[in-house]
Design a protein around this ligand. Sequence first.
Ligand SMILES: Nc1nc2c(ncn2[C@@H]2O[C@H](COP(=O)(O)OP(=O)(O)O)[C@@H](O)[C@H]2O)c(=O)[nH]1
Ligand SMILES: [Mg+2]
Length: 375
Amino acid sequence: MKDSAILITYDKEDAVKEAIALCESAGYDIRKIIRQKFLNRAKYGIGEGKVEELKELVNSLKPDVVIFDEILKPSQNYNLASTLKTNILDREALILQIFERRARSSESILQVKLAQLRYEMSRAKEKVRLAKMGEQPGFMGIGKFEVDVYSNDIKNRMNSVKSKLQKSSRQRELHRQARKRIGFKTVSLAGYTSAGKTTLFNMLTGENKEESPKLFTTLSTTTRKIILQKMEVLISDTVGFISKLPAYMIQAFKSTLEELTYTDIVIVVVDISDSILELRKKFRSCVTTLDEIGVDKDKIIFVLNKSDLVSEEEVNDKADQLALKDNKKWLPISAVTGQNISRLKNLIQQAIEDKPQLNEKNEVPKQEIEINYED
Ligand SMILES: Nc1nc2c(ncn2[C@@H]2O[C@H](COP(=O)(O)OP(=O)(O)O)[C@@H](O)[C@H]2O)c(=O)[nH]1
Ligand SMILES: [Mg+2]
């Protein structure tokens, strides 16, 4: 069963949508959403009156966790946890949980571990500071001596992860994963959180939900088979792009996207109901990141999702402004109404057929196939 959560987020539609999608990616079942204009109040992040209300909610709903959609200082986290008597997860801890769930290769597991240690480290410093000021002796049950030991311990663990990272061979592992998929073309969904990736994934795979041969279940729970006109392909949902991603998490995020480099087709899901300003920003960030991790431009299809929410003219106008019309594969769709889904399937098939098949019979370099990996 899923863990349950009360979500505290900003009182803005986009923020709410993103926060919900993040909670869902992390596997939480949201029981209640609290919207607040400010999440930066000194003591608890939220105002004291709201904390009283929250206390009652926690008592009646008994959630496994309260998710706070902003960064909390250790003192704020401690104040909330001790008043509410429940676990508190701030935005960064939530994002790290998502990455942790999705990291597959040893490299991405290490990158996520490193980001988690950085998260702990940035908080260890405040704990040290608080202990030194003598404001909170025995803060969270940790005395000054233990705090120093604690932060040295984090440093040592970071160094050990870093040296493991230097030795890890990403290429080899990617090839092993690719090898498992031989015989199937693969399609991956990318795009911002709440653009509609999971809804589209479910729409595309809806007809054969039960179908999960052993081979695929070992790959991941978010990979399934879909049937196009003339072929069957494997489709995967990936970790979404996240607005306001802290710099220290970028490597961890990118490493969770590594499958995009060997997948045959990347579908970038765009929320066309976003404002043009927002669209431009997100679009640029997607395209740049995909380029940085080495995704071939020719294998990208842009789908303008949620086109049920805007007029045809607006979709066209926005497609123009994103320069999709010069030479890019794109299609307006709705993952909710099913608009253009069969056209999308045709477009995927066509893109796979049109792809230069330089090493079709030998997708994985031969030399790699002969190496005997222990599974
Ligand atoms: N109106 C409309 N809403 C959509 C569409 N696709 C997704 N949504 C909604 O957008 C929200 C986020 O969708 P989700 O699939 O979880 O996004 P993800 O984070 O990219 O996986 C959900 O509330 C969906 O119901 C669409 O085509 N039209
Ligand atoms: Mg999703």
